[in-house]
Write a protein that binds this ligand. Structure first.
Ligand code: S3P
Length: 172
């Protein structure tokens, strides 16, 4: 049955590699909302890749640009938004999410996430590190923030993105 399109943005939060973009794209199609990938929006605004921004301008500049892009997207019309894993570390971005979006924390087993991120080399924060060790350290800092920000938490299985979409739709 057709689902009425939500009137608020749905923001997906969670660690890199949990499937925010894949789940977000499918969720958007299901709900009839546009899908926006936060990292891609930053890349188009900066006309540089995320890796190049980190390498040439540094993380602080990336975070400042990320916060500007998040504000523009969150203050705009409803979308499904896949946020970068670190976007919610910014308190202003968190406030904007609480004001304008329903936030969904996608959570997966860290071993599964580590395997996924190993297949691509687009994450500057993992470069040259053991992904499981790095992700575990990130989880320690970020899980409390994700938990505090999210209205809904959905556990994603090993490859079951369709189930995650169903779980989000059911929880909205
Ligand atoms: C980051 C996650 C990345 C990207 C950047 C930093 C993070 O986004 O924004 O590499 O701090 O977790 P994804 O979560 O989409 O990989």
């Amino acid at each position: 049955p057709a689902i009425p399109a939500p009137t608020r943005t749905i923001a997906l939060v969670g660690l890199m590699g949990v499937g925010k973009s894949t789940v977000g794209r499918r969720l958007a199609a299901r709900l009839g909302l546009p899908f926006v990938d936060g990292d891609e929006a930053i890349e188009s605004a900066a006309r540089m890749t995320v890796s190049d921004i980190f390498a040439q301008l540094g993380e602080a500049e990336f975070r400042a640009g990320e916060a500007r892009v998040m504000r523009r997207l969150l203050e705009g019309p409803p979308i499904v938004l896949a946020t970068g894993g670190g976007a919610v570390l910014n308190p202003e971005t968190r406030e904007l999410m609480k004001e304008h979006a329903t936030s969904v924390w996608l959570r997966a087993d860290l071993k599964v996430v580590a395997q996924r991120v190993q297949r691509r080399d687009t994450r500057p924060l993992l470069r040259g590190k053991d992904p499981l060790v790095a992700l575990t350290a990130m989880a320690e800092v970020r899980y409390p923030v994700y938990a505090e920000t999210a209205d809904v938490t959905v556990d994603v299985g090993a490859g079951a993105h369709g189930q995650a979409v169903d779980a989000i739709v059911a929880a909205l």
